[in-house]
Ligand binder design. Structure first.
Ligand SMILES: [Zn+2]
Length: 282
């Protein structure tokens, strides 16, 4: 484990904010970023992301599976962010999705962009990668440090908290964009919430940092990106209340081995932050 300074503002002034699984979440006293400190070293992080296993994980743990419901959610996001207009230009766009998991977004994009998109995803977890390739999804594992290719769009969904150093990682992606290229990035907007309103569990030590809308927009602008569109959605862990949903959860509560979720009305459910940004012409 290594001691780290704030990723966002480089300050070394932070205070203990909360603990989970024996790990410390600290708050930067300068900018308010929440981050795991001390944090596993880079080698350990890379090993864990390849195997999908983390210290203390049971080796028989499943790696999940392709989630059809996610595809519907992604399609709705692509429409909200007006990507239909992009693909109606009848130009060819290259799109790289980073941290694709089982490849739900890559498959959604391939259908959505049709002949006008050349989409590839990268995923370090060997089990997820193999499952996606078997399904015919264009997923690879490659080292971004040495990768030379450039793209028109780079997306990074549901991986912000897994990034070992978000400003460095996102700067790398910006450098991989073509002139006028775009980022589509998702993160949980939670660093600004008070302790009692946090979206727990934090999943420490798998998650390294938590940002906010203000901090992430600021970071993207500092990296030379122009913000095109910002949307906030309900976090998927909070079911929308209906009697049907309530009965479903009661059913889960009563079936052995399943867990129920009655978190219908948290104070800040709309923390699923999506940002579309464009590289400024240089
Ligand atoms: Zn800071």
């Amino acid at each position: 484990m290594i001691e780290v300074d704030c990723y966002q503002c480089k300050s070394n002034k932070n205070e203990l904010y909360d603990t989970e699984n024996g790990h410390n979440l600290v708050k930067c006293l300068e900018c308010g970023l929440l981050f795991l400190n001390p944090r596993p070293g880079l080698e350990e992080i890379n090993e864990a992301s390849k195997s999908g296993l983390h210290k203390g994980d049971n080796k028989s743990k499943k790696f999940g599976e392709f989630d059809e419901k996610l595809k519907a959610a992604y399609l709705s996001r692509l429409n909200d962010f007006n990507y239909g207009a992009m693909f109606s230009e009848k130009k060819q766009y290259s799109w790289l999705d980073i941290g694709s998991g089982h490849g739900e977004l890559v498959e959604t994009l391939a259908n959505f962009g049709g002949e006008y998109i050349d989409v590839m995803g990268i995923e370090p977890n060997v089990n997820k990668l193999k499952a996606a390739i078997d399904r015919g999804i264009n997923l690879k594992f490659l080292d971004l440090e040495t990768h030379q290719e450039k793209y028109d769009v780079i997306s990074a969904i549901d991986i912000y908290s897994h990034l070992p150093n978000p400003p460095e990682d996102i700067a790398k992606w910006c450098a991989m964009l073509n002139q006028g290229g775009e980022l589509l990035i998702q993160a949980v907007d939670s660093a600004n919430l008070s302790l009692e309103n946090q979206h727990k569990p934090y999943s420490l030590p798998d998650h390294f940092s938590f940002t906010s809308k203000k901090l992430l927009l600021q970071l993207l602008q500092e990296l030379g990106m122009e913000i095109i569109q910002v949307e906030s959605y309900r976090l998927p862990q909070y079911p929308v209340f209906s009697y049907l949903e309530l009965f479903k959860q009661i059913g889960r509560l009563l079936s052995p081995g399943r867990s129920a979720n009655f978190k219908f009305s948290p104070k800040y459910p709309d923390a699923d932050l999506w940002i579309r940004a464009k590289k400024r012409e240089s």
